[in-house]
Design a protein around this ligand. Sequence first.
Ligand code: SF4
Ligand code: FES
Length: 257
Amino acid sequence: MKITLHVWRQKNGNSSGRMARYELPGVSEDMSFLEMLDVLNEGLIEKGEDPVAFEHDCREGICGSCGFMINGVAHGPMPATTVCQLHMRHFKDGDELYLEPWRAKAFPVVKDLMVDRGSLDRIISSGGFISVNTGSPQDANVILVPKQDSDLAMDAAACIGCGACVAACPNASASLFTGAKISHLGLLPQGQPERDRRALNMVRTMNLEEFGSCTNIGECEAVCPKRIPIEMIARMHRDYIKAAWTDRPASTGGGVG
Ligand code: SF4
Ligand code: FES
């Protein structure tokens, strides 16, 4: 089949970008979307032109490095599917596709379809972990976890940090991502000692990184390739408010303890 691509081309973060048009005849419906871009790039390289930069690693839907807008939808038209798991059989002969990078102030464009998602890494490094300083690992069954909590924690831990939720949100909010990361540790017994500090630090870092606020629009949940439920945002807010309340100075009636 023949596919016409309109691809955002931008040399680097300091230059202005533009849409470039490419015609790709002979696209097989068995190709993945990224394989179709590989074919485009081989053709561009043969002609001595700059290939289109896009990010990818596992191509199995687990690493979170791929992702861009296809016809205005983060990760494209298939629900719960990363760009790397999207196949050309979902498109038809003659389709025109518009490919653009994630658009958010906190995700500066590196080149073409590739953005810098280091802001998400900085949210994680501000609290998305459990401190284990010493000792040998315990048997897995020493700390019992209710099945309902472990299931919900696993749902939250499915977040691959792709950033689609930010790109889809009109406010460029990272609340679904941050909520998932706060929740998957906050639901487990091992995550309790640092739960308050984690919520405070991760939400504050999210705000410092210039992500927008959540106004309950729900686009994040709609495009999330891992179906992270929007309730994770409510969990984040509950943890943050509780932690901020106990973190108030003692002179205002607050304080830890
Ligand atoms: S919440 Fe979903 S869309 Fe957002 S970063 Fe995680 S996996 Fe990607
Ligand atoms: S390349 Fe790893 S999730 Fe798409």
